[in-house]
Design a protein around this ligand. Structure first.
Ligand code: AMP
Length: 486
């Protein structure tokens, strides 16, 4: 299984770079030392094997602790420093860990600070990993996602789930050498792909810190120095990079594949990437944290881009996807409905009592995603979140309907329609944030006039033209921030 393979890769790639962060590079030999030292510490200090909260921002001790936890038979909870304190305390109340690694204090658990763990993991006189304690059914990690209620939900992903995910990634990605470039924070399940794909192939994991991401000069220097062969991005992050002309093959000559996940990939984004990088492979993948990173994938072809027909792909072989209506009745091919997933990727459930949308379907564990989609020619297409439906002035409106009609105007590169609500949750206004195509010259009044020829008056949004969409900590569009000042 995965952990045996990782140990094998570590042994075979001792002198190669395992991890690069902020110009610091660590070989597999050094990384193994860190993992061993932390493994023995965990076995001693966390003998009840409760989940370990690992706090920080992409430091090497985080990745080493993740692996040490797994080898020592404990789940870990990755928590990025961008999480507000109150949210972390809620997580701690929920999980009740005995141990926190990183600079976060809570009286319910013991903290080993960053300085302490770094000192300890650097000890040269260390014992090898004695045994892999984690069993296939055990929880491998717990990732907290934002629940629609505002209370974070801890998704428990098992070793079996993750093992199946990485086996699948090995099949859909053919980059087996070089460097995997990371964008996301470790508390976002997008990074499961780069964290474990790198380890499973004994190749370099190159991470871009938040600070670097917000400084374009430094970011492009970093991209250049990464020598990345594979990148794991959200489409919004790629859009951000595409704003700069130097996001191209010259800057990243070895980049062979970009694996996208987390958000809708627009044909416009894929087209620009193809124009800037010759022979690049663009893979679109889809899935919620509750189904272990992703469960469908597809290579985006020129034809798909030209026809503006971007699927989210085909399911991995050990999961099954159903399109269902509100009564969980299966829809026919071509019909739109909610995406329901069964099979090996479906996580164990949330921590605590809340079952959420984990259900039993046809006798199997299933997850009802809240995503609307349909099948066409055997491929799955994503339409929107179910909750993009609103009520405004008594009318039922799909915000996506507004976005789609804006795209039909021909000059809109990206449109995000959001509903502004008052304190009682009543929608008071619909606003469409728009980024225009490069050569388009249109102002907000003109767009409003154009859209009113396509939509009924009550659906016509207030138009705001913007240059750049704000991103949340996971690198997806931050709709909350968008509406803050309007
Ligand atoms: P997360 O659990 O943070 O990974 O978010 C999962 C959600 O992101 C899914 O339920 C979808 O709504 C959305 N998502 C993920 N991948 C894609 C994709 N390729 N296209 C469209 N939406 C996606």
């Amino acid at each position: 299984m995965l952990l045996e393979n990782i140990l094998k890769q570590i042994k075979e790639h001792q002198e190669q770079i395992a991890y690069t962060v902020n110009s610091k590079r660590y070989t597999y030999k050094e990384f193994y030392k860190y993992v061993c030292n932390i493994y023995w510490l965990l076995l001693e200090k966390n003998n009840k094997k409760k989940p370990v909260l690992v706090y920080g921002h992409k430091d090497v001790y985080m990745k080493a602790t993740f692996l040490a936890c797994s080898l020592a038979g404990m789940a870990y909870i990755p928590v990025d420093v961008s999480f507000p304190e109150d949210r972390i305390n809620k997580i701690i109340d929920e999980v009740n860990p005995d141990l926190i690694i990183g600079n976060f204090e809570n009286k319910l658990a013991n903290t080993i600070t960053q300085t302490e763990i770094e000192e300890l993991m650097n000890k040269d006189n260390f014992k090898d990993i004695e045994k892999i304690y984690l069993k296939p059914e055990d929880v491998y990690y717990i990732i907290f996602t934002s629940g629609s209620t505002g209370i974070p939900k801890g998704v428990q992903v098992t070793y079996k789930n993750l093992d199946s995910c990485i086996n699948w990634l090995q099949k859909i990605i053919d980059v087996k050498e070089g460097t995997v470039l990371n964008q996301g924070v470790f508390s976002f399940d997008l990074t499961v792909a780069d964290l474990y794909y790198s380890l499973a192939n004994g190749i370099e994991h190159f991470v871009i810190e938040k600070q670097t991401q917000s400084d374009f000069n430094k970011l492009f220097e970093t991209l250049k120095s990464s020598n990345a062969t594979l990148a794991v991005f959200t489409p919004s992050f790629a859009d951000l990079l595409l704003l700069d002309k130097s996001f191209n093959q010259e800057t990243m000559p070895n980049l062979k594949t970009i694996l996208f996940c987390g958000e809708k990939l627009l044909a416009g984004t894929a087209k620009k990437i193809q124009e800037r990088f010759k022979n690049i492979k663009i893979i679109n993948s889809y899935g919620p944290t509750e189904c272990t990173f992703a469960i469908t994938s597809i290579e985006i072809t020129q034809k798909m881009i030209e026809e503006n027909d971007i699927p989210i792909g085909i399911a991995k072989s050990d999961v099954k996807i159903y399109i269902v209506d509100e009564n969980l009745q299966e829809q026919r091919s071509g019909e739109t409905g909610e995406i329901l997933i069964t099979g090996k990727s479906v996580a164990k459930g949330y921590i605590g009592e809340n079952k959420g949308k984990f259900i039993i379907y046809k006798g199997e564990n299933a997850y009802l995603t809240g995503d609307i989609g349909y099948f066409k020619n055997g491929k799955l297409y994503y339409v929107a979140r179910k909750d993009k439906q609103i009520k405004y002035k008594g009318y039922r409106i799909e915000l996506l309907d507004i976005e789609e009609n804006l795209y039909k105007l021909g000059y809109v590169e990206k449109a995000v329609a959001v509903a502004k609500q008052n304190k009682e949750g009543k929608v008071t206004k619909i606003i469409a944030f728009i980024k225009l195509k490069e050569n388009a010259i249109k102002n907000e009044i003109e767009i409003k006039k154009d859209i009113s020829t396509k939509l009924p008056q009550y659906m016509c949004p207030t138009i705001k033209i913007i240059e750049r969409f704000p991103l949340n900590r996971n690198g997806k569009i931050d709709e909350k921030k968008l509406t803050e000042n309007v």
